[in-house]
Design a protein around this ligand. Structure first.
Ligand code: FMN
Length: 342
């Protein structure tokens, strides 16, 4: 549930409280996102939200919260025949996170009972691929509220419960579309991928991605004692201090990463990983080339390690100019090196 208005003394939270109360018996898990608390500044992301490249922590937090939802109830006032700017701003921040999820509006206002504001919001929601199911609820402040509180009535409470029940049923049907079916965030095109330095806020996702990617390595090499599989969140966090790590995001999700550091006169590259659904897009090669390009001028050789039976990786590295060179390598791994262009 999104509470749209943010001004001091607003009625939005009271309307939201009523809706929660009126629908409590359904046992639906309603995460109440009060935009006054979410506290988004006016859209301050440089990239279009469809890229999923978010520079600010407030956007990532909002993205995760919206992505986690199965459906939306927008509790919105009407300001000057329109939705409040805060709601439009909250919509504009994200893209794929809204898509293919059903939504319901609870509008309130004076004479119009919020209908014009909701009408406008429905159009915006539609352009974000949300599905407005209809059956929206409208409250006239003079009729339905007393002393800043919605007056419970069997009629109104029954409508709220029926609307939420319908919303949940539609969400059940649509779930395959937004969980693993239609994606509105096209796989990152390798040449367009924005590679950004990893931040401490990326650690949890980095850990998930590396575990996911190194399961294949464990299978290919028939061994489980791989550091990338066993590392803790704290160790990944610590590694951000000792390595330069870069990430690529798509639809708000971390889908690729690589890291590198100088070791004497060698540029050591590691943890090259691409999410399974973004493989075969050239992203791995792009990340590798990016990591190589970050080498200091005085370093002439790049090196990396992979499992001795990781045939696919070895092939990818050989295609990118690396050769198996022998020399020290962790147990079960092989070393590959590549001369870096001056
Ligand atoms: C800037 C502003 C514009 C308003 N415009 C409308 C309007 O167009 N239609 C309407 O029915 N009520 C309008 N109202 C009255 C609101 O419906 C009423 O103040 C309501 O409490 C606003 O929601 P909020 O308390 O959550 O901010 C407006 C109120 C404000 C503050």
């Amino acid at each position: 549930m999104v509470i749209a208005s943010t001004r001091p003394g607003r009625l939005g939270p009271a309307v939201g409280d009523w809706f929660v109360r009126a629908t409590a018996e359904l046992g639906v898990d309603l995460d109440v996102a009060d935009l006054a608390e979410v506290n988004l500044p006016f859209l301050d992301e440089p990239e279009h939200p469809s890229t999923g490249i978010y520079q600010h922590e407030h956007t990532r937090v909002w993205s995760r919260r919206v992505a986690d939802a199965d459906a939306f109830v927008f509790v919105t006032s009407e300001y000057n025949f329109a939705m409040p700017a805060t709601l439009k701003n909250a919509f504009d921040y994200l893209h794929a996170e809204w898509a293919w999820k059903p939504c319901l509006f609870v509008g309130y206002g004076n004479t119009s009972a919020g209908t014009r504001g909701v009408q406008m919001a429905r159009g915006v929601a539609g352009s974000l691929r949300m599905l407005s199911i209809g059956g929206d609820i409208f409250l006239r402040i003079a009729d339905d509220m007393r002393d800043g509180v919605v007056v419970d009535s069997e009629r109104l409470n029954g409508r709220a419960a029926a609307a939420l029940r319908e919303l949940c049923r539609v969400a059940d049907v649509l779930r395959p579309l937004y969980r693993d079916g239609i994606s509105v965030a096209p796989a990152v095109r390798a040449d367009a991928a924005e590679v950004a330095p990893a931040l401490p806020a990326d650690v949890a996702e980095l850990l998930v991605l590396q575990r996911c990617c190194w399961v294949d390595e464990a299978v290919a090499n028939a061994r489980l004692d791989l550091p990338a599989l066993l590392e803790s969140e704290g160790e990944v966090r610590e590694s951000l201090r000792t390595w330069s790590t870069w990430c690529v995001r798509s639809g708000g999700r971390l889908v690729g990463s690589v890291r590198a550091r100088r070791d004497g006169d060698i540029w050591e590259i590691g943890r090259l990983m691409v999410a399974p659904d973004h493989r075969r897009t050239g992203l791995g090669r792009r990340l590798l080339a990016f990591a190589e390009a970050q080498a200091p001028d005085s370093v002439e050789v790049a090196t990396l390690f992979t499992g001795e039976r990781s045939d696919r990786n070895i092939l990818l590295y050989q295609k990118s100019g690396y050769a198996l060179t022998g020399g020290t390598a962790p147990a079960g791994a092989v070393r590959l090196t590549k001369p870096l262009a001056a």
